[in-house]
Design a binder for this molecule. Structure first.
Ligand code: SAH
Length: 226
């Protein structure tokens, strides 16, 4: 059975505050998202621990501290249009949805996206629009964005994402070795002259993978013999 989340959320929030998340809007967004809805049954006991957890398709939902620090670094305003690359469980998207006007989120694994959409519906997060696509290409039809967050690591900044960021817009993403070593979260600001890059936290993320996974071969329907 799912236990009452309240005391566990409060304990988690105190821990996040102690570890450096100070933006009260971010803390209250985290307070409003029941993380137990975003993890699989075997991990329910750990839903409010400050730890990353598996979510299927070989992916993970980030540690709450990383969600908090990334959301804070993104400096999201309530009127903003935000793009997230890597919907995964939908947890980070749900937190961002409480901070902005409209959130667009892209995921390359369809089963993950379908589950995340169920959770958004259940939580009545109607300001999220999500789709299956290669997020390294952004979401050109909805661009430009005030803010972009990437939750999978790439060796380089995807140029399409910089293009789809508004002037003075901010993007937060893990950059570095896709093997998981030597990655760093960076905060990028788009300026008239190009971009400013500020690394702020060593991290370990799953890789940003270009293209979509191959869909399993489906046999064509048998045709009745006439
Ligand atoms: N934000 C997620 C974290 C999921 S892990 C959460 O809160 O649960 C990163 C996710 O990025 C994975 O689900 C992975 O499938 C996805 N991903 C990796 N490369 C991608 C790409 N090119 N386009 C879209 N999603 C991608």
């Amino acid at each position: 059975m799912r236990k009452a989340a309240e005391p566990r959320i409060i304990r988690l929030l105190m821990e996040l505050r102690r570890m450096g998340v100070s933006d009260t809007r971010v803390l209250s967004a985290i307070e409003r998202v029941p993380r137990d809805l975003f993890v699989a049954d075997p991990f329910l006991d750990q839903a409010y621990e400050n730890t990353a957890l598996p979510i299927g398709c070989g992916q993970t939902v980030s540690q709450p501290l990383v969600v908090g620090l990334m959301s804070e670094a993104l400096d999201v305003g309530e009127r903003m249009k935000v793009l997230e690359v890597g919907t995964g469980s939908g947890y980070q998207a749900a937190v961002l949805a409480h901070l902005c006007r409209r959130l667009y989120s892209v995921e390359r694994h369809k089963p993950l996206l379908l589950q995340a959409e169920e959770r958004f519906k259940r939580l009545r997060l109607h300001n999220i629009t999500a789709r299956v696509a290669d997020g390294s290409r952004g979401w050109p039809e909805q661009a430009p964005f005030d803010r972009i967050m990437v939750t999978a690591a790439a060796p380089d900044i995807p140029p399409a994402l910089v293009e789809q960021l508004k002037p003075d817009g901010i993007m937060v993403l893990p950059l570095g070795d896709v093997g998981g070593q030597d990655q760093e979260l960076v905060r990028i600001t788009k300026t008239d002259r190009g971009i400013d890059i500020h690394p702020f936290l060593p991290v370990r993320f799953v890789p940003l993978v270009e293209g979509l996974p191959e869909s399993p071969a489906i046999a064509p329907p048998a045709r009745p013999r006439l």
